[in-house]
Design a protein around this ligand. Structure first.
Ligand code: NAD
Length: 362
């Protein structure tokens, strides 16, 4: 039996996470997998209930589970709080740190039916298949932060810290990932101005000697931002530090047609966490228009990485491809000739497609 912790979080989280659970339940019936689901509050929702965005009980549940599915956290209601109480800084980052989730895998895969949904030209994006490996528990987001009074105003300080062992473990994971793909690794840094990036580059070069079959290319992050939309097909695996990965993957989501399509897996510790790459989208919350597919695809990654069930993971990806090919879209992806679905209906369609796939009738 696999124990899954369910953390819907804020904004659209409580709308999209049940759709992923619905799909996991369907997989349990279809593939003979035994799941238990236990829900817990996190983020702003947890502040409202308990006063803290990451209650001890939620953390304990995560530690005692086999995998975690998370929606997203944060929203304008909690933006006024000091950093140490804000949902993102006081729940999401500590959750990743506490669970040792130092690597965030974000596959940027294009669905045939969405090729014309991206604002980029089809000939530019067709054939793109990238895996972004983002470092998740170091860098600027975790370094010391403070404010100081100075004559005539204030000074704000964020610290960007990386140790060679932090870089080495994410680098090794990325080299291994490249080995199982097209054997090309782009390491993205800003080594022309940042000392942490210079160390990053040195460690990657050292590691490359252990992986002579992998081609390693270095690229500055500003160039990478341009290359990602100019010639995305040149990339296979990208490895980069925390903040660069955060920004570049939002940009990369445009290739897929919508940020609502980008799944992620955070791994490295005892328990892995699966969540869409997007945030809590407060602008569309409670309107039944959020795209649940990134969360559903994250559940697919859970089946692949945590439960080692490749057939079920592939079935989810094929079911999503089928639903899109049939012309069903959530609002942000709507185009002439397509049929608009709400969040829950989209989840239903994926379950239906899964059932048909399994029956072999597709
Ligand atoms: P966002 O990703 O929430 O939204 C950006 C845009 O994408 C919005 O227009 C939104 O409507 C749209 N969008 C996002 N997900 C969508 C989906 N599934 N379907 C359709 N449209 C979707 O980013 P933001 O607006 O910068 O941040 C909103 C809140 O989320 C903030 O509080 C931020 O701190 C938080 N956030 C949380 C996480 C996380 O929990 N992992 C990540 C990023 C941002």
């Amino acid at each position: 039996m696999f124990r899954i912790a369910v953390l819907p979080g804020d904004g659209i989280g409580p709308e999209i996470v049940p759709e992923a659970v619905k799909v996991l339940r369907a997989c349990s019936g279809l593939f003979g997998l035994d799941f238990t689901f236990t829900e817990a509050p996190v983020g702003g929702a947890a502040i409202e209930l308990t006063g803290h965005p990451l209650p001890e009980e939620t953390l304990a549940l995560c530690r005692g589970s086999d995998a975690i599915i998370l929606g997203a956290i944060g929203g304008p209601r909690w933006d006024h709080l000091p950093l140490e109480r804000r949902p993102e800084a006081a729940a999401l980052l500590p959750l990743r740190k506490e669970l040792g989730l130092f690597a965030n895998l974000r596959p940027v895969e294009l669905y045939e039916a969405l090729l014309d949904a991206s604002p980029l030209k089809q000939e530019v994006i067709a054939g793109t298949d990238i895996l972004v490996v983002r470092e998740l528990t170091g860098g600027l987001y975790f370094g010391e932060k403070r404010r100081e009074q100075i004559p005539g105003g204030e000074r704000a300080i964020d610290t960007l810290v990386y140790t060679s062992s932090e870089i080495e473990r994410i680098g090794r994971l990325a080299f291994e990932a490249a080995r199982s793909r097209r054997k090309l690794l782009h390491s993205i840094d800003k080594a022309n101005v940042l000392e942490s990036s210079r160390l990053w580059r040195e460690v990657m070069e050292r590691l490359q000697k252990e992986y002579p079959d992998i081609e390693l290319k270095h690229m500055y992050v500003d160039n990478a931002a341009m290359q990602l939309v100019n010639w995305p097909k040149q990339f296979d695996v990208i490895v980069t530090e925390n903040m660069f990965g955060d920004i570049l993957t939002d940009q990369a989501s445009v290739l897929t047609g919508s940020i609502g399509m980008l799944a992620s897996a955070s791994i490295g510790g005892q328990v892995a966490l699966y969540e869409p790459a997007h945030g809590s989208a407060p602008d569309i919350a409670a309107r039944n228009e959020a795209n649940p597919l990134a969360t559903i695809l994250s559940a697919g990654l859970m089946l692949r990485f945590s439960f080692n069930h490749e057939a079920a993971a592939r079935a989810i990806e094929e079911a999503v491809a089928r639903v899109l090919a049939d012309g069903y879209r959530t609002r942000e992806l709507m185009q002439p000739g397509c049929r608009e679905l709400g969040t829950a209906e989209m989840g239903d369609r994926v379950v239906e497609a899964l059932l048909k796939l399994k029956e072999g009738s597709l």
